[in-house]
Ligand binder design. Structure first.
Ligand SMILES: [Zn+2]
Length: 259
């Protein structure tokens, strides 16, 4: 357990103006220092940007104590395409053989790039705060994830639905919630294309027209096509499973699930 980090996280009380001042400074600092991210509504982001952001937060809010607590353990930053509903994720891994710890902090690029598009149908809120651009959203996600990392370093456990986590994020970053409302691919599929789980859809694959039922929507839709040679599902029918970009689907019927 890191005594220094414990002291900072439990002993510091920030005023809302201090929080605002520091987070705005970090916003500007990133735009200035990043080799990739040049505008607040960027179209390119690199894992290096996450590291820059992390170190900026560590310096401005925790006097560098997070890095010191991580010590020599590897700390990796990643952009994840596979996170399609969470905005980010903090993971600690212990190697079986040696017991060595490593950490990984990832941010969902899928959700980031799916939000803040021209003509978005609604406002984007992360951690209970409205975000005006992608960089603000990444900042909110980083603020959330850095507290996960700090809790792991100090208390060995972290849970964002718990009151301790929420008290810390409220104090340090003014967060009002531990969730986000960035636009997930699932929401876009429904709002823009009318497609959701249970929709009957049609699409062309290899020149052949297929009809199926949408089972799940993540980055792509999982469509089940009835076929006697497919896998048996719990409803007794046999299906082939296809992953299809939502844009290629046309809805031909309403919700078929349960029928
Ligand atoms: Zn969380």
């Amino acid at each position: 357990m890191s005594a220094e980090l414990h002291h900072i996280i439990t002993g510091q009380k920030l005023r809302p103006e201090q929080v605002a001042e520091r987070t705005v400074a970090i916003h500007l600092e990133l735009l200035e220092r990043s080799s990739y991210l040049k505008v607040p509504n960027f179209h390119i982001i690199h894992p290096q940007d996450l590291e820059l952001l992390f170190d900026a937060y560590d310096a401005a809010f925790f006097q560098g104590a997070v890095r010191r607590a991580v010590g020599n353990a590897p700390l990796r930053f990643a952009l994840s395409k596979r996170l399609t509903s969470a905005g980010g994720k903090t993971k600690r891994t212990r190697t079986r053989a040696t017991g060595a710890l490593s950490y990984e902090l990832s941010v969902s690029s899928t959700i980031l790039f799916n939000s803040f598009e021209e003509g978005d149908h609604r406002a984007i809120v992360a951690c209970g705060l409205e975000c005006r651009d992608r960089l603000e959203a990444v900042q909110r996600i980083m603020e959330h994830e850095i507290i996960h990392l700090i809790e792991l370093l100090v208390w060995n456990k972290s849970k964002c639905s718990a009151s301790r986590f929420q008290a810390i994020t409220r104090n340090f970053f003014g967060h009002k919630a531990h969730t986000h409302s960035l636009i997930t691919p699932r929401e876009t599929a429904y709002v823009k294309h009318g497609i959701r789980s249970g929709s009957t859809v049609t699409f062309v694959l290899d020149g052949k027209q297929h009809v199926g039922v949408v089972n799940r929507v993540t980055r792509r839709a999982t469509v089940l096509i009835e076929d006697p040679q497919g896998v048996r599902y719990t409803n007794g029918k046999h299906y082939f499973k296809c992953y299809v970009p939502v844009e290629l689907l046309t809805v031909v019927g309403g919700i078929a699930r349960g029928s």
